[in-house]
Design a protein around this ligand. Structure first.
Ligand code: FES
Length: 114
């Protein structure tokens, strides 16, 4: 069962939560009362941005066109990155917590407060 360490933008620990692989990251944060900003819950507003870090090897991830378009519209990635369906790793750029399923590995999840 992966362990998620939620931290704020300054790196201060907010919460440590165990999750099941496949759980939606936003749902895990909400159930744990992590102060992660979100609005729509449907992947359209761009407010639930997080940065994910982890130890161990990189694993390619596939991002939906919808997530990439919202990240691009929010100015969180550039057009070149938005054009890539496959990213080198979950940590390769900002992600939207309402689009990200928890993986098998432990993560540090950075939740900016802006
Ligand atoms: S809550 Fe709106 S994009 Fe995730």
């Amino acid at each position: 069962m992966p362990t998620l360490h939620f931290v704020d933008g300054a790196g201060q620990l907010i919460a440590v939560v165990e999750a099941q692989p496949g759980d939606l990251l936003l749902d895990v944060a909400r159930l744990a009362d992590v102060p992660l900003h979100w609005r729509c819950g449907q992947g359209t507003c761009g407010t639930c941005k997080v940065a994910i870090r982890h130890a161990g090897p990189e694993r390619a991830v596939s991002l939906s066109r919808k997530e990439r378009n919202v990240l691009l519209r929010a100015g969180l990635i550039d057009a070149a990155q938005a054009a890539q369906e496959i990213w080198a790793d979950v940590s390769a750029g900002w992600r939207l917590a309402c689009h990200v399923p928890v993986a098998e590995q432990d993560w540090q999840v950075v939740c900016p407060q802006d």
